[in-house]
Design a protein around this ligand. Structure first.
Ligand SMILES: Cc1cc2nc3c(=O)[nH]c(=O)nc-3n(C[C@H](O)[C@H](O)[C@H](O)COP(=O)(O)O)c2cc1C
Length: 357
């Protein structure tokens, strides 16, 4: 095998692969399709007066949406971050920066995460991996957040992706202790974030015990990060990594199940990322207990296809669907949508039964 790739070339691979549908889950789904709302044929509402606003991590969003963490560290990443952060600002969404690990290696990479000038009021989330955070002093993590002006810091958990990645980490000890330390000492809130394999009920409980109050479940059914790393392993001629990745392509807790399982745990924020591709999915996530939904690859794909205009057109559609669900369930605001009558399918109920045992 050739030399370990740099962070920059890895980021470029990620963007290229995630601009396609080749890295989607194959057979496993989010299970959002197992949430059906009960139609209200007599909504006593004016569609124009529906309020989609929510408060997330202390900031008011116009709609319960975040553009989830994607990139940083390269010129292309800078262009994507700035364009998408500007869209988030204009639309009143939250915005997640990609892993800031590149900033630790190269000071000059910081510019690719600088979006505050174009997104001054946006809920902005910083990002670092749990393994990097474990090996850093709290003050160093705080400096990463401060440098980009982040309102909160996502700490991403991605063991499945790491074990397939040829240059990935293999020693995951100390994760819960690291989160407990950061939750206690960091001047901004910590968001424990998966990257596409979801958080189980028991991991949710361990996060709460560690003092974590905010999570992004990033569940299974959308972008398979095992899939992304499988493709990279195949391209690098790493047959073992490729075979392992093929076997685990669809691994994880489906996003809908993950949201519903962690929702009763008393967390303050539950972000539902992972395979959210429509406004109906956003509504389903909220009904299952999410505070807001996050979208990563579908926004990137729209942006790569047709720049800001296409990304905005995609997000217009998402919002139109969300508003339609709210009207057709008689929900004037997001609090009402959380309680909207729904019917759950058997597989989703099986996940919830497991969590109750
Ligand atoms: C190109 C790309 C890069 C990503 N990089 C990061 C990252 O650096 N840190 C992180 O926490 N998640 C990262 N993610 C994961 C997303 O935030 C999200 O959790 C995951 O892709 C599932 O959402 P989706 O199905 O909407 O894509 C990345 C996703 C994409 C598409």
């Amino acid at each position: 095998m050739s030399q370990a790739p740099t962070i920059g070339s890895r980021k470029a691979d990620h963007i290229a692969l995630c601009s396609t549908d080749e890295v989607a889950f194959r057979a496993a789904t989010t299970l959002f399709e197992q949430v059906r709302f009960v139609h209200d044929a007599l909504p006593d509402l004016d569609a124009a007066a529906i309020d989609t606003g929510v408060t997330v991590l202390g900031k008011r969003l116009r709609a319960p949406l975040l553009i989830a963490a994607m990139t940083g560290g390269t010129d292309e990443a800078a262009r994507i971050n700035r364009a998408l952060a500007e869209i988030a600002e204009a639309r009143g969404y939250g915005f997640g920066l990609g892993s800031q690990r590149a900033m630790l290696k190269r000071k000059e990479a910081a510019a690719s995460y600088a979006v505050r000038d174009v997104a001054p009021s946006t809920l902005l989330l910083g990002n670092i991996g749990i393994i990097q955070a474990r090996d850093m002093a709290t003050a160093e993590v705080a400096a990463l957040a401060a440098e980009v002006g982040a309102d909160a810091m996502c700490v991403h958990l991605n063991p499945a992706m790491e074990i397939v990645q040829p240059e990935g980490d293999r020693d995951f000890r100390g994760g819960a202790d690291t989160l407990a330390r950061l939750a206690r000492e960091l001047p901004v809130p910590v968001v424990a974030k998966e990257t596409g394999c979801g958080l189980s009920a028991s991991v949710g409980a361990r996060l709460v015990a560690a003092g974590v109050r905010h999570v992004d479940v990033s569940g299974a059914g959308g972008t398979s990060w095992v899939g992304v790393e499988t493709k990279r392993a195949a391209a690098a001629g790493d047959d073992k990594g490729r075979a392992l990745g093929e076997a685990f392509w669809d691994w994880g807790v489906p996003t809908a199940a993950s949201v519903a399982m962690v929702a009763p745990l008393g967390l303050r924020t539950v972000i539902a990322t992972g395979g959210v591709s429509s406004g109906i999915d956003v509504a389903r996530a909220i009904a299952l207990g999410a505070t807001a939904a996050g979208i990563a690859r579908p926004v990137l794909q729209a942006f790569v296809r047709g720049g800001e205009a296409e990304a905005n057109a995609f997000l217009d559609g998402v919002e139109a669907e969300l508003r339609a669900v709210m009207l057709l369930t008689g929900s004037p605001d997001v609090a009402a949508l959380q309680k909207a009558p729904r019917v759950l399918g058997s597989e989703l109920r099986a996940w919830l039964d497991h969590a109750r045992r």
